[in-house]
Ligand binder design. Sequence first.
Ligand code: NDP
Ligand SMILES: O=C(O)C1=N[C@H](C(=O)O)C[C@H](O)C1
Length: 253
Amino acid sequence: MIKILLHGCCGKMGKVVSNLTEKYDNLEITAGVDKFGTNDMKYPVFKSLEECTSDYDVMIDFSRADALEGLLNFSLKNKKPIILCSTGYSNEQLKLLDETSKKLPIFRSANMSVGINLMNMLLRKVAPILNDSYDIEIIEEHHNQKVDSPSGTAIMLADSIKNSIDTDANYVYGRSGHKKREKHDIGIHAIRGGSIVGNHDVIFAGEGEVIKFTHNALSRDLFAVGALKAAIYMAKVTENGLYNMEDVIGLVF
Ligand SMILES: NC(=O)C1=CN([C@@H]2O[C@H](COP(=O)(O)OP(=O)(O)OC[C@H]3O[C@@H](n4cnc5c(N)ncnc54)[C@H](OP(=O)(O)O)[C@@H]3O)[C@@H](O)[C@H]2O)C=CC1
Ligand SMILES: O=C(O)C1=N[C@H](C(=O)O)C[C@H](O)C1
């Protein structure tokens, strides 16, 4: 049995992960941590990591970027792998994450769905071919409760494109004003409204044609399933380092 500590257990994703875990015979949530706190869960919920005394094998986090430092220190102290699903990290936080991964197995992915990770892999192949003659724009849509913009997934997709081409792409967020598009811009646009779970379009606009890669998440279950698969994977990992969803789904191309 793999014992999971769920950080951010009372939020939208925390609740979905809690429900889905019950379908797995080999997984059990032994405790949760959430600022919000509640007694509604089937496991003990602590209001902070400092109060949490539960034994666990792997921690899953769906909370906020500002929780990162505390999560890393707690995981280092307990010598247990951590799965970071939260988004909105700053460059300094990403640097800290990289440094800490030399001392701890850390998993991070801005999107736990198989579909987005497959699309990300395809973009790495396609972008170097299309980059010269097509303009690249990314549009993401999410619910009206999301705090970080653009989405972590949009940044992940943009970074994959940027790292796969030999020109130095420049990110332009939510374009406005009086200025033509520059050739090496990658536009990144965020839409917020209602209960949209999470949609991502990557557009390659050329002369006389547009090629579009689209991923629409129809339910939060697919993120939760990805997090639980990552938990099963990370519980067995012994080497320190930074892992992601491609390790879990075995996308080696
Ligand atoms: N990687 C992926 O596939 C996905 C990532 N996400 C990301 O996961 C995160 C959570 O999403 P979602 O569940 O929709 O958000 P919610 O706001 O619904 O849930 C977050 C929960 O974490 C709590 N929380 C916030 N800060 C802390 C903290 N410092 N310590 C402990 N608990 C805290 C919140 O409490 P309170 O409400 O009191 O602040 C809330 O209960 C976001 O960053 C989101 O972008 C979401 C979906 C998929
Ligand atoms: O906040 C959300 O809801 C989501 N956040 C992630 C992101 O920022 O990319 C992933 C998913 O699209 C849902």
